[in-house]
Design a binder for this molecule. Structure first.
Ligand SMILES: C[S@@+](CC[C@H](N)C(=O)[O-])C[C@H]1O[C@@H](n2cnc3c(N)ncnc32)[C@H](O)[C@@H]1O
Length: 314
């Protein structure tokens, strides 16, 4: 097992993608390379993988760790929202399998300079790609309390959004929130727990999730990535998505359902006018979740949900 990041639901991912020798696969979120490595092994001797990640450090690390696969592994630092351009440019215009394993890796969580984890003492950044966009600390410094509360509600479904937003703005003159540790401590102070009801997660989990989603434009990227993925799959090719919270899972579920039905006309239209036909067939009905044994061995897998579909002939 590679140190740092254990791939989630590896048997289910491999069983669904079923990569064959000679096949072409895309891992849109290569991370620590755990799934990519297994796909390459299963597609021995000549199956190939295009691995993308928005994070340059992930691409460099995987390039070193999986160098033994030679030109069977092609790596690109790119956001998967650019998949429609990046994949054909790398020679992967029509593929047999495509994997999205959403969110962040244990490497990113452990890197105290990036601000993803509650105990990170460095700057609160949270960007997967530090060359684009604005760091999370800048949002906390510049947005109004109303805007912050709306962000925590929309992307974190945080019930105490307004109280937390007000406290962040009030702290600006004397003790501005600059690090992940500052933010985690502020939320703990503002939303005290009930000592008789031990919490299963840190009280700042939803606020951290909301900021990460906003900073990286994660939900918009997911929608664009899924749309590109359907275009890239060959008939019979498989799309597998691992999501970790309800906002991303909802997007995946709605997308797969729309592509399974084909017609996107509103229900009040009596006869189809969109002319679209189904492009996907669901292969997990409705979804898979990790076994208790996997969650015991890898608590990060706890919230994972796998959905998969197969591309139909055009
Ligand atoms: C959960 S990790 C993937 C772990 C990987 N499957 C493994 O087994 O090691 C998710 C990765 O996706 C990357 N990522 C998240 N959103 C992305 C996006 N829109 N485009 C490209 N990479 C993204 C993150 O930088 C992170 O490295």
């Amino acid at each position: 097992m590679e140190a740092g990041h254990q791939p989630v639901m590896p048997d289910e991912v491999l069983g669904t993608l079923a990569p064959q020798p000679g096949s072409l696969q895309i891992d849109a979120t290569v991370g620590g390379g755990g799934h990519t490595e297994r796909i390459l092994e299963a597609a021995t001797p000549d199956g190939r993988v295009l691995g993308l990640d928005a994070d340059e450090a992930a691409i460099e690390r995987v390039g070193r760790r999986l160098a033994r696969f030679g030109d069977r592994l092609v790596l690109r630092r790119a956001n998967f929202r650019e998949l429609a351009d990046v994949a054909p440019g790398a020679g992967f215009a029509a593929v047999d399998g495509l994997l999205f394993d959403l969110g962040l890796s244990s490497f990113q969580l452990a890197d105290t300079d990036r601000g993803f984890g509650f105990r990170a003492g460095g700057p609160l950044d949270m960007r997967f790609d530090a060359t684009h966009g604005v760091p999370a600390a800048e949002l906390l410094e510049t947005l109004s309390a109303d805007e912050l509360a709306a962000l925590f509600r929309k992307y974190g479904e945080e019930p105490a959004a307004w109280r937390i937003a007000k406290a962040i703005v009030a702290a600006r003159p004397s003790a501005p929130v600059r690090t992940a540790e500052d933010l985690a401590a502020l939320v703990e102070r503002v939303v005290p727990g009930n000592p008789r009801q031990p919490r299963r997660t840190h009280p700042a989990t939803r606020v951290f999730q909301a900021l990460r989603i906003a900073v990286n434009g994660e939900l918009e990227a997911l929608q664009a990535g899924l749309e590109a993925a359907v275009e890239l799959l060959r008939p019979g090719g498989r799309l597998v998505v691992l999501s970790y919270h309800s906002l991303e899972d909802r997007i995946v579920k709605q997308f797969l359902n729309a592509e399974r039905r084909g017609c996107v006309c509103p229900p009040e239209v009596p006869v189809c006018v969109c002319g679209r036909s189904p492009r996907l067939r669901l292969v997990t009905r409705p979804s898979l979740t990790p076994t208790a044994a996997e969650i015991d061995a890898n608590p990060r897998a706890r919230s994972a949900r796998l959905r998969a579909a197969e591309r139909l002939a055009a």
